[in-house]
Structures are given as structure tokens and as C-alpha cells.
Design a protein around this ligand. Sequence first.
Ligand code: SPV
Ligand code: MG
Length: 299
Amino acid sequence: MLDQRILTKAAALRQLLTSPKLEFFMEAHNGMSARIVEQVGFRAIWASGLTISSAFGVRDRNEASWTQVLEVVNFMSDRTEIPILLDGDTGYGDFNNFARIVRKLDQIEVAGVCIEDKIFPKQNSFLGQSQELTSIEDFVSKIRAGKESQRDPNFSIVARTETLIAGRSMQEALDRAAAYHEAGADAILIHSKKADSTEIEEFCRQWNNLCPVVLVPTKYYTTPADRFRALNVSAVIWANHTMRAAITAMEAVCRRVHAEESLSGVESEIASLACLFELTGEADYAAFAERFSASGSLA
Ligand code: SPV
Ligand code: MG
């Protein structure tokens, strides 16, 4: 039974990845969304490259630097107890750049990182007709360098193959995944942009549980979770849904306030200030100040 209170975050993530139970990782892109994900009961966070980029208002093309992403994920890690799996794109460069990132993530208690076998700068998997893949050799070196650089033995590296996204064969996807597993990857993320799960199911059947499998069903979202359970999938990532929900809500409120020149219409439909203060931990501050504020005043 998983007890995240006594496990390090890295150990908790490793346990979620290796347990036979299907787990769900929810996307967050800043400290607030991470706290909401934790509060509603998710047991792990997907720190999405797409949504962290879009929160900055930039494209998912490595336009945000890795140190900017690190700063965001640092707040996320600082303000939550559940493990975070960071979307590390292609590792922000070569084996050496990736090794540096693993070292830094380990230091700020980010539990693991996922890297994909594309070329830097990457573009989102759902854009364009083709994706250029890196060679198996280069990606294997990157995984090896990353594994050698982690200090916490439980830090996880999830190797993501974009073979099917790139329109290449199932056999190549299986060969790449096997090479990445052999290089030390703790789990394989197999990605698909098909509207149904047929190719994912085929992969899972042939992969035969060689190591944990992680899926991102953004496009095949109608597939029931029980189908993934039957395939022995380790974790499903809901990859961008807090950001998309926020966009819808922000647009609606902005439109209404703009049109009505008043806040009256929206006040009862949005989170209260009390809710905001609760999410940022004001109650903890009050208890802390009670003990340490020299004047004893909370003013
Ligand atoms: C992300 O959330 O940034 C991902 C998943 O990498 S996807 O957008 O499907 O590439
Ligand atoms: Mg991404």
C-alpha cells in the first residue's frame, strides 16, 4: 500500500510506476494548478511542456529555456507533496545537457523526468505531418548519461518514443522501446495521435510488460480506463486539461466583464477570494505567525 507521507517523492513515483495498479497523472503548469491537482486527490502530477510553455504564452518549441521551466517546476515541487513527473521534452540538448537537468531536478525533489526521441528544438506531437526522430544510439546515450547523473536511486527516467507519431512502423517502436529499456529507462511512454487506441493496444500486447508503460490518451480520449487496465498499463497522463479548462474559464469571464462593464455577473461563478487564500496556504501562515510573530499580531 502506497504511503506517500513516508516515501520520498522519487520513491513514491517509482512505486506508482511499478505497482500493478493503473495510476492517473494530472497535468499542472504552475504552483496553483499543482495544488489543485493534489487537493482533488491525484497521486502524481504531469508537469507538461506544452502547458508550461502556453502559460508563458509561448509555443511548445523549446521557446521557454530549461531554466525557466525549472523555476516553474521548482514552485510546483515546493508547494505540493505528491510526486511530479516533468516533461523534459528532448532533454534540452545532448547527453550532457540532459545530465545537468537530471542533477538539478533531483536537487529540487522533482521525482522523475520524461524525455522523447525527437530533435531539439522539438515541436508538439500534434503539430505538422512529420516528426524527425533522433538516432537510437544518441537517445540511448542520453538515457545512460541521465541515469548516471541522478543522486537519488529512485529518480525515474521515462523514455518516450515518438515512432508512431512520426508514422513509422510498430516494429521500430518496439525496437526503440527495447533499446531504451535496456539503457536503463524506468518506464516507456508510447505516444499516439490516432483517435482510437488500436495501435497503442497492439504495442502493449507485443511489449508484453517488459517494463512499465505510460500512455497519453489526449486523442484517443474515448477509450475507457478499464481497457488500459486490461493491457496492464502502468500510468495514464491527462496531459493538458487544467490549462484548457483555465483557457475556457478565463475567456468566458473576460468576455462577460468586458461586455457588461461590471463584475456583478461573474462574482458568483468564479472561485471566491477565500478559496484562493485557502489554496495559497493562508491558514498555515496564520498558525505559523501565531507561534513566531514577535508582536503576536497578525495584522
Ligand atoms: C505535453 O503535455 O507537453 C506532452 C504531451 O508532451 S503532448 O502534448 O501530447 O505531446
Ligand atoms: Mg510535451
